[in-house]
Design a protein around this ligand. Structure first.
Ligand code: PDD
Length: 295
């Protein structure tokens, strides 16, 4: 196996040789932003959307963007090209750089830019077929969840609580309204209508969320983007989570109770299956990849 090649501040090198000084503000303060970009058949998926969100995250924390859109795109392509797997997850992080520890922004310090591309693990077929368990938790994160920052302690603690409860993800509520998951957006279906909360400072504007909404519109599936109460989530016919690495994944139980009603209860529903298929078809179309390249 050839070693995983990463990018750090202008150089490509084996991951074991990549080093960041301990005074990097990413290490000291979690002072940085990141992206996770899937690549199928060695082509980045929805790259412009991810780079646009990266730019918004940097602007949102007052971090000077060290690269043009074209330079970012080139670096992402290069890191994919230097690694073997057909399908990869590109992790890209920019921190406010290395400086003596002090809270205000340091002056004249170059940001640290790091990128790694590892194999994109396919979602197990069993999970797509049967769905995953989720638990509800109070969203106790900060009020700027629209920024994709590396300060993920709250998300880490929420996900750990979900895992300790035997679940794959949590469904978060703030003041009685649905926000998102610890690393995913949440959709529900009621009487055939796909429903999801609007973009705001309470959720990350997911790239998969955007694709799912576009697909629903393009295929004239009933869609409502609006605030969703906790009661509506608990009474949903279907619940799904979406993210770049999990794509469209049904949630089959919430707090140990089956999602849905009647015969469909506890099983992924028909709208999830339809959206999953539309998503796979869309991926194949935009990537111009052979049908089996997603496996
Ligand atoms: N997480 N909400 C949160 C809090 C997330 O961290 C993510 C993604 C999403 C979905 O966004 P997208 O569809 O653009 O992947 C929503 C990534 C995958 C991660 O942190 O690993």
């Amino acid at each position: 196996m050839t070693p995983q090649i990463v990018y750090l501040n202008g150089k490509f090198l084996p991951i074991d040789e990549a080093r960041v000084p301990v005074l990097d503000r990413g290490f000291i303060f979690g002072d940085g932003v990141y992206e996770v970009i899937p690549a199928y058949a060695r082509q980045p998926f929805e790259l412009d959307g991810h780079l646009e969100r990266l730019e918004a995250s940097m602007a949102g924390i007052g971090l000077t963007n060290p690269h043009s859109r074209a330079e970012w795109a080139k670096l992402v392509s290069e890191v994919i090209a230097k690694n073997e797997p057909q399908n990869q997850a590109v992790y890209l992080q920019v921190t406010r750089g290395v400086a003596p520890r002090d809270h205000p922004f340091p002056k004249g310090v170059a940001p640290t830019v790091f990128m790694m591309a590892g194999p994109l693990k396919p979602v197990p077929a069993e999970q797509i077929e049967n769905g995953v368990a989720a638990v509800s938790l109070v969203d106790n994160r900060w009020l700027r969840c629209n920024l994709k920052t590396t300060s993920l302690l709250a998300n880490v603690l929420l996900r750990q609580a979900a895992v300790e409860a035997g679940a794959a993800e949590c469904v978060l509520f703030r003041d009685g309204f649905l926000t998102e998951g610890s690393a995913s957006n949440i959709f529900l279906v009621k009487n055939g209508v796909i429903i999801t909360p609007p973009k705001s400072n309470f959720i990350l504007p997911g790239i998969t969320y955007d694709v799912v909404i576009e697909l629903a519109r393009a295929h004239r599936l009933p869609l409502e983007i609006r605030q969703v109460s906790e009661a509506e989530v608990r009474d949903a016919d279907e619940l799904w989570l979406t993210s770049s690495t999990k794509e469209v994944l049904p949630i089959s139980t919430l707090d140990g109770k089956p999602v849905g009603h009647g015969e469909q209860s506890g099983k992924p529903g028909p709208v999830a299956a339809r959206m999953y298929q539309l998503y796979q078809d869309y991926k194949r179309t935009v990537m111009r990849a052979p049908a089996n390249a997603q496996a």
